[in-house]
Design a protein around this ligand. Structure first.
Ligand code: GAR
Length: 193
C-alpha cells in the first residue's frame, strides 16, 4: 500500500511538483493525496489541481493564533488520512504541539547544508561568507526551526561570481532530486527517527 502524503506549500511549489512527478511512478511507495497552502494564490496550487490532486487553502491570517491555525491544518490532514507530511517551501513556523503530533512523519527541505544557515536568505549569506560549497537538506521536523535528523543532503559548489539567483538555481536542481529520494526512504520505513 502506498503511503498517503500531504504536501504543505506557501509559494511556487517546485519541490511539490518534483514530489508529484516522482509519485506517479508505479513503484514509488507514496501517493500525494492533498496539497495544502496557507497562501490562497500560491503558484503550486494550479499544478496540483491540474494533476487531479485535492487542494485546500487554509489562510493563517484568518486564525487568531498559531495553535488554532495549526489545528485547522491537522483537521484537514486527518480528513485526508495523511500518513506523511512534506513541507515544501511552507513558510510558517509550526507550534510545538503540531510538530510533536507529526513527529517522525513530517519532513522538510531546506536550502542549505544544515546545521549551517538555518532560516532565510541562505544563499546570499553563504556567498557573503565565502563558502566553497552550498546545498540542501531534507530532514525530519522537530520543534526547533530547520533542525531535526537529516535524511539526505546534496552539495554543490559555490562558483566565483555567483549571484543569489545562480546559486539558488543550482541548489534547487538538487532539491528536486533529493526530496523524492528522501520521501521514498521515509515511506519505505528506511529512514526514521
Ligand atoms: C525551496 O528552495 C525550499 O528549500 C525553501 O523554499 C524554497 C521553496 O521553493 N524552503 C525553505 O527555505 C524552508 N526553510 P518551491 O516552492 O519552488 O519548492
Amino acid at each position: 500500500m502506498k503511503k498517503r502524503v500531504a504536501i504543505l506549500i506557501s509559494g511556487r511549489g517546485s519541490n511539490m511538483r518534483a514530489l508529484i512527478e516522482a509519485a506517479k511512478a508505479k513503484d514509488f511507495p507514496a501517493g500525494i493525496v492533498l496539497v495544502l497552502s496557507n497562501v490562497p494564490n500560491a503558484g503550486g496550487l494550479d499544478f496540483a489541481r491540474r494533476h487531479g490532486i485535492e487542494t485546500e487553502v487554509i489562510e493563517h491570517k484568518k486564525f487568531p493564533s498559531r495553535e488554532i491555525f495549526d489545528n485547522a491544518m491537522d483537521v484537514a490532514l486527518n480528513r485526508a488520512n495523511a500518513e506523511i507530511v512534506c513541507l515544501a517551501g511552507f513558510m510558517r513556523l509550526l507550534s510545538p504541539r503540531f510538530v510533536e503530533k507529526w513527529r517522525g512523519r513530517m519532513i522538510n527541505i531546506h536550502p542549505s547544508l544544515l546545521p549551517a544557515y538555518k532560516g532565510l536568505h541562505t544563499h546570499s549569506r553563504a556567498i557573503e561568507a565565502g563558502e566553497k560549497f552550498a546545498g540542501c537538506t531534507v530532514h525530519f521536523v522537530t520543534a526547533e526551526l530547520d533542525d531535526g535528523p537529516t535524511i539526505l543532503q546534496a552539495k554543490v559548489p559555490v562558483l566565483p561570481g555567483d549571484t543569489e539567483d545562480a546559486l539558488s538555481a543550482r541548489v534547487l536542481e538538487q532539491e528536486h532530486k533529493i526530496y523524492p529520494q528522501a520521501l521514498r526512504l521515509v515511506a519505505e520505513g528506511k529512514a526514521k527517527i
